[in-house]
Write a protein that binds this ligand. Sequence first.
Ligand code: KG4
Ligand code: ZN
Length: 353
Amino acid sequence: MLILAIESSCDETAAAVVRDGREILSSVISSQVELHRPFGGVVPEIASRDHLAKIDHIVIDALQKAGVGLDDVEAVAVTYGPGLVGSLLVGVCYAKALAFGRKIPLIGVNHIEGHFYSVVFDNPPIEYPALALIVSGGHTNLFHVPEEGKYKIVSRTRDDAAGEAFDKAAKMMGLGYPGGPAIEKLAESGDPNTVKFTMPKISDGRPDFSFSGLKTALSKYLKEKNGGKTQTDEFRADVAASFQYAVVEQLAATVARASKEYPAKTLIVAGGVACNLALRDSMRRVADKWGIPVYFPSKHLSTDNAAMIAAAAYPRFLMGMYAGSDLTADITIRLQNVEEDPAISKGRVRYRI
Ligand code: KG4
Ligand code: ZN
């Protein structure tokens, strides 16, 4: 059973053909990173225009690389949120036209659930209950997943996403966009103990994430040290390593804390930031201590792609959960269908900088 999937929620135009939700026949990703680099971040208007210019070619390329035609495809899957509304609309409209024109099912996929399913290609089957850290440029959430398709948010970010923090820190240090890979590379030769960034304290005691204070602390530190600009490569490497360490430590500490409350058989770490090797090492240590396996997507499936959207769509296809002609981009959808605790996210975040 072949699904043609389309992903255009941010700055990657992607299409993939996947058999039975597990076997990738093709996965084509066109990144807009060069277009956005001069601005130091994604410019929504530029992103949606570029999706529009490329989507047709990317879909045709995905079909050709898979060696199949549209007649062989049994369903079309598409990301419909969350993301940039203009970008999402390009994928959604294209997928709708294709599915209804061919009279085959259309399946709407939540982008975050797509990241969750990115681990199915290169790992043994997920054993439930699972705990899943989805950590990207737009999202930082820890989910308890008691069974397939059920999600409860355990921790969320109160401000910036972890990837966003990497991107902003890199911009401050003049490292360019996207920031995560640039900081990781620089951090390789740095000492993570140089700058002691403190962990945020959330007054309601919820195990949420917060990264904006870290960004402010970095900015303050760089200003004190003359913007970091006239500093040596060694200084910059030490700052990058310390910043990366602070982000990774916060993520790892929160997952370790959740492991006590939410027994799980599998730990999943996915999303663009899951490319980061320091994060992978740290999460392996958490999982080892816990005595459960940790699954990561392979590197090319960590950042946005359409193969993960096909994988997430497959169980919905089997259950007949098809979208109607009213499917549209929805930037507000959340991945949560299990009740969360009351009084969530009411407290303030405090930092010592
Ligand atoms: O999942 P993704 O492609 O897009 C979103 O859904 O947001 O994630 C992109 C994010 C960017 O913020 C980028 O800086 C971050 O993932 N990222 C990394 C690394 N590679 C990508 N962050 C830290 N270390 C990396 N190696
Ligand atoms: Zn993503």
